[in-house]
Write a protein that binds this ligand. Structure first.
Ligand code: ATP
Ligand code: 4MY
Ligand code: MG
Ligand code: MG
Length: 348
């Protein structure tokens, strides 16, 4: 933390000025208490992410707690900017990975969220789920696995053969192998027969579809905090439907929609959240193995079971703006990073 430095960003200033004028954002003791200490968070985010994440309710609460968000200028060397206490980033490209890695090495005193190699791990739908598969998590609280899947890198004409050889069961979810933040990397299809899969463009992952009662759990991780929300998902596919239908069907980003299923009238066996101890163990292990602090896990419960879960997707720096209370959770997390840094320092 530093004392009363002159730091601010035009965009942030404008948003904060707006919310200072609005009673709706008056939090706790309001803004009358001057902050003597400041925590400076440099951010490099896409414009889509800036809009969804840097909402006035976050900026105002942050300012109230002495946290300042400052945009990183991508045209200037990172080390010439700041000084920052924390760097928050979600940008793609190898150039950016190099910049941030070099900065991390040079500035161990800055909490860089997060290391680029951990993030890269989530940019491939095969490596993304590897840690969950390795965990082999099954204890008295339930079982967590990943659906069986097959990676196809070339020659779509070989897919029917590859699928029958591997013994994967239909229907299959076809997902682009690489997740680079583009809309295309979220274009998914459901395949009812293996021959139609030749229509798809590799590289892709073919994953067994798991019936889960059309409800998905988004498990948001922010450091040590875990927040679970329910979202609507794809309906079950019955044996009868599978026998009647053929073809490959593109489906929309149903579970990414902001509409939450938290208040929907659902069957209790479908709606019940995964057991807390299971989530805590899963989150702790993934945090450690991936070396990441900001991510979410998409989890489904196998229909007809109480405690058999599958992780189907892990996203780096997801849409926290849709997470209830995100402004409180995030600001507390940012402060905790700096507090733990000071605790670690030897007394002088
Ligand atoms: N194996 C599966 N079994 C059942 N449903 C699935 C499976 N895989 C994906 N789905 C459904 O498809 C949706 C999108 O899949 P997935 O989460 O892998 O894609 P994504 O594009 O990475 O999503 P996000 O927007 O969360 O990044 C899931 O939220 C879920 O509704
Ligand atoms: O757009 P939103 O704010 O909803 O956030 C989505 C986020 O998009 P953004 O990072 O461009 O914002 C996606 O990132 P990319 O894979 O495309 O990089 C992915 O993480 C989704 O899972 C997030 O939705 P959520 O899972 O939280 O519902
Ligand atoms: Mg997902
Ligand atoms: Mg995803």
């Amino acid at each position: 933390m530093r004392l009363n430095g002159e730091i601010g960003g035009e965009e942030e200033e404008k948003k904060v000025a707006e919310c200072l004028n609005s009673q709706a954002y008056s939090i706790g003791g309001g803004f009358s208490q001057p902050q003597s200490q400041k925590l400076v968070v440099g951010y490099a985010l896409t414009s889509k992410k800036k809009k969804s994440f840097l909402q006035p309710k976050l900026l105002c609460l942050a300012r109230n707690k002495g946290i300042f968000f400052v945009p990183i200028d991508l045209k200037r060397p990172l080390s010439d900017q700041g000084p920052f206490d924390v760097v928050l980033h979600k940008l793609s490209g190898t150039d950016w990975c190099e910049v941030i890695e070099e900065y991390r090495q040079k500035h161990p005193e800055v909490a860089v969220l997060d290391p680029p190699d951990g993030i890269q791990h989530l940019h491939n739908r095969q490596s993304m789920l590897q840690d969950v598969a390795d965990l082999n998590l099954s204890d008295c609280h339930g079982k967590v696995g990943v659906p069986r899947q097959l990676v196809i890198t070339k020659d779509p004409s070989s897919i029917p053969y590859e699928v029958s050889k591997s013994g994967l069961k239909l229907p299959l979810v076809a997902k682009p192998l690489v997740v680079d933040g583009s809309a295309k990397s979220h274009e998914l299809s459901l395949a009812y027969d293996q021959f139609s899969l030749t229509e798809l463009e590799p590289p892709l992952v073919l994953q067994e579809f798991v019936n889960h009662g059309a409800i998905l759990f988004k498990v948001y991780i922010v450091g040590e905090t875990i927040k679970v929300v329910r979202r609507f998902s794809l309906p079950n596919v019955s044996k009868c439907e599978l026998a009647k239908v053929s073809g490959v069907y593109r489906f929309p980003r149903v579970s990414s929609a902001s509409a939450s299923a938290d208040d929907a009238d659902l069957e209790p066996g479908v709606a019940e959240h995964p057991p807390r101890p299971l989530l805590e163990k899963l989150a702790r292990e993934l945090r450690r193995r991936l070396g990441l602090r900001l991510f979410n896990i998409d989890m489904i419960r196998e229909h007809g079971t109480r405690d058999v879960f599958y992780v189907i997707d892990i996203n780096y720096f997801p849409g926290y703006g849709k997470m209830p209370d995100y402004e409180h959770i995030f600001t507390d997390f940012l402060l905790s990073l700096v507090q733990s840094k000071y605790k670690k320092r030897p007394a002088t």
